[in-house]
Design a binder for this molecule. Structure first.
Ligand code: CP3
Length: 318
């Protein structure tokens, strides 16, 4: 959940000299950034420093990160012809620098700290590829989904296969767990999730499972269709704070673990409020096996490092 990022002074220092893409492209720098929060916070796992949008480069979409405006895609996908013309991507070759970072990070981490690799889920990737950048309404994405269902399914099939193989390759390079980020899937209603997205997430998760390590299936605002989201697969289901952890857990498939679900904004609240929210989540987990304590979404840039350190200490002490 962006444990490496702008809230960390040592990350900001590196960002003064390098763009996000430079940090991602250079395995030594990516290793350095990945280790920063592990040392600072004492968290139980490291998450690979990369970005879900990196596969857009070999797909020829043109990727840039503009300061303050988020990702910008130079050649967004707006036609069936564009989908049909997308080049094949071989993660081992075309994203080899990420796999090299995975190998370096695994060597650099203390043996008791596992590394989580990740990729974007077909829907969330398609939404950026079609919109060309961030959106609130997902209007361009949904219009394409309804107007061009064949091209939509072809695109999501292609992305599912790509990210599935990319995740399995990260496991082969040494990642101890994998996370599939479907950050924006909660913009859909249940029926559209089932018809337009679920089969593709299922496929991506199936291929990723071939990597032989646990897979976390993460989404936000999935309360309207959590059973369907969980049924797509994943050893662990990530949930945000919009649903109580215990209520969410009851809606997962038998044996599925849960990850979450502290609101990142509570890290900006008083220490007493923050502690109460952390304790509430742990109470709802009730000491049952299969809960990964985490934020429900990314750390906000204005978060004080001390608040995150306090959460780690509190959770470890419980
Ligand atoms: O510790 C970590 O988690 C860092 C690794 C990481 C990044 N991106 C680096 C990054 C991870 C796991 C991601 C995933 C990612 N990227 C997601 C899924 C997770 C989520 O938060 O929902 C998404 C949707 C993206 C796409 C993306 N990348 C956006 C929307 C932005 C801009 C956001 C912003 O705050 O400006 C990025 C840029 C980006 N990727 C940053 C980081 C740390 C922002 C920091 C910077 O400007 O250096």
């Amino acid at each position: 959940m962006r444990q490496a990022g702008r809230y960390l002074p040592e990350y900001r220092a590196l960002r003064q000299r390098h763009s996000i893409l430079e940090l991602c492209h250079d395995p030594d720098l990516a290793t350095q950034v990945t280790l920063q929060p592990v040392e600072r916070l004492g968290v139980d796992a490291a998450i690979l420093f990369a970005d879900i949008l990196l596969p857009f480069e070999p797909l020829g979409l043109g990727l840039a990160f503009a300061a303050g405006e988020g990702p910008q895609i130079a050649r967004p996908i707006r036609s069936a012809a564009h989908v049909a013309a997308l080049p094949p991507v071989d993660p081992a070759q075309d994203l080899g620098y990420v796999l090299e970072a995975v190998r370096l990070i695994c060597r650099a981490l203390r043996p008791e700290v596992p590394l989580i690799g990740f990729a974007g889920a077909p829907f969330t990737l398609a939404s950026y590829a079609i919109e060309g950048g961030a959106t609130r309404s997902f209007a361009v994405t949904k219009r394409f989904m309804y107007a061009e269902p064949r091209a939509w399914h072809a695109l999501l099939e292609l992305l599912a296969d790509l990210v599935g193989r990319y995740l399995a390759a990260q496991a082969a390079a040494g990642a101890h767990a994998l996370q599939l980020f479907d950050s924006w899937v909660g913009c859909l209603g249940p029926e559209d999730y089932r018809a337009y997205v679920q089969p593709h997430s299922r496929r991506a998760l199936e291929i990723a499972a071939g990597g032989g390590v646990p897979v976390i299936h993460f989404g936000t605002e999935t309360g309207g269709f959590l059973e369907d989201f969980a049924a797509a697969g994943g050893d662990v289901i990530g949930v945000d704070w919009r649903i109580p952890l215990d209520a969410a857990w009851e809606r997962l498939a038998p044996g599925q673990a849960i990850q979450g679900n502290l609101d990142p904004a509570t890290l900006l609240a008083s220490r007493a409020t923050l502690e109460a929210r952390v304790r509430d989540i742990l109470t709802r987990a009730g000491g049952r096996p299969g809960h990964i304590f985490n934020l429900g979404h990314g750390v906000l840039p204005e978060t004080p490092v001390e608040a995150l350190q306090a959460v780690v200490e509190l959770v470890h002490g419980c």
